[in-house]
Ligand binder design. Structure first.
Ligand code: MN
Length: 399
């Protein structure tokens, strides 16, 4: 019989500290099992702390009862709307925003939702891995191979984020799902921890501090010792028997496989593989064709490209390129940096939308930006050619 006396008592710890430099703690947190979240407010005094608190309140009100990626993402969208509405109603200040990293843990499932550069980590068998991906300029530069993790941690633009709650009503939320096991440990934290100490240090503390309260205290202390230049928030959640997946049940299911029919399954599998390989190939091309990315260089214009910027299997997957009327040099430097990473989008409209945002927010386009957008950012002169090679990948090679 399973012991039930411990049920409901989830071991977790949540701790936040203003740090050594900031006058005010703009982070907000929520620890209401099975829901946990960290929000790092942006915008300074009378803004950041308002935005993060509004977002956390809305998340709590709209969160689903059980872990569900779609429903949790929707709750984060509600939190986004709450901050936007807050600004409209005069709460905080124009331009305020917040990050949000949330997790719901129940019955062996951990569902994460992510916007911004606060993080979620998973410690399993003494090894730490980052579950979420930062929405920041340095993270994009790391993904494109322009920065190492260590350079990113100390880069002057390390705190410039590319996505936050509070400005875009169509903001998208990243979600992740992990099957958690008894003994796993989840950490949520604001960048006040992850920019102060590296992942190896976090791993060491989480591995060696058995009690979650002690682990949280030691993490905050380590960030303070390293300078404490930002607000530090940490939530440590230990996965117990009640929350973790039932390993015995999963093992039992595997045992049931009828051995005598394995050859039949192998045949069916082979047939399926043969037909799906072809299907997947064409589906991939369709998917890649729909995608879009932005590019540009100093002294030139921004291009809206169809496909993806990377090469794969020795060929380019870029299918064509349209010049826009936006000049690289007239964009603010943070957007120039973003363009340098060749930001990718699921559809052309999204890429164009992002470019509109860049134009609207760039100082040099202050007078002319909206006029430009109304007339259409794409150069109607059409395809300029020469910018990218636009060969089709499906066997129609030019000699
Ligand atoms: Mn911060």
């Amino acid at each position: 019989m399973a012991k039930k006396n411990n049920r409901g008592a989830v071991p977790f710890a949540a701790l936040t500290h203003v740090g050594k430099v900031r006058a005010l703690n703009e982070d907000s947190m929520l620890a209401l099992p099975p829901l946990y979240a960290v929000a790092d407010g942006l915008g300074g005094h009378q803004s950041g702390e308002v935005a993060s608190a509004l977002a956390i309140d809305a998340l709590r009100d709209h969160a689903p009862k059980n872990p569900d990626t779609v429903a949790l993402a929707r709750a984060v969208q509600s939190a986004n709307q709450a901050v936007i509405t807050g600004i409209e109603k005069g709460a905080g200040r124009e331009g305020m925003g917040t990050t949000m990293t949330a997790v719901m843990v129940k019955d062996g499932r951990a569902v994460f939702a992510q916007v911004g550069d606060s993080r979620a980590y998973l410690l399993r068998n003494r090894a730490l891995s980052q579950v979420t991906e930062d929405h920041s300029v340095v993270a994009a530069m790391m993904r494109s191979g322009h920065l190492t993790a260590e350079e990113a941690r100390t880069h002057p633009q390390r705190s410039v984020i590319t996505r936050a709650l509070g400005s875009d009503p169509n903001m998208s939320v990243d979600t992740f799902e992990v099957t958690v096991l008894r003994g796993d440990r989840i950490l949520l934290c604001s960048d006040g921890l992850s920019t102060m100490i590296d992942d190896a240090h976090i791993e060491e503390i989480l591995t060696n501090s058995l009690d979650p309260n002690k682990a949280a205290e030691e993490l905050v202390e380590a960030a303070m010792d390293a300078g404490g230049s930002d607000n530090i928030s940490v939530i440590v959640i230990d996965i117990t028997e009640d929350q973790g997946a039932n390993a015995a049940a999963m093992a039992a299911m595997k045992e049931k496989k009828p051995r005598s029919k394995l050859w039949l399954w192998a045949l069916i599998w082979l047939a399926l593989v043969a037909t799906t390989v072809a299907g997947v190939f064409f589906a991939t091309i369709n998917y890649v064709e729909d995608r879009a990315y932005l590019s540009g260089e100093p002294g030139g214009y921004i291009y809206l490209n169809q496909g993806v910027p990377d090469t794969f299997m020795g060929r380019s997957w870029s299918f064509g390129s349209n010049r826009t009327v936006v000049e690289f040099d007239l964009l603010d430097t943070i957007y120039q940096d973003e363009i340098r990473t060749s930001p990718e989008f699921e559809r052309e409209e999204l890429a164009l939308g992002r470019l509109e945002t860049m134009v609207t927010r760039s100082y040099h386009y202050f007078d002319t930006g909206s006029d430009l957008i109304n007339r259409g950012l794409l150069n109607t002169g059409g395809n300029t050619g020469g910018n990218t090679d636009s060969t089709l990948p499906a066997g129609e090679e030019t000699p």
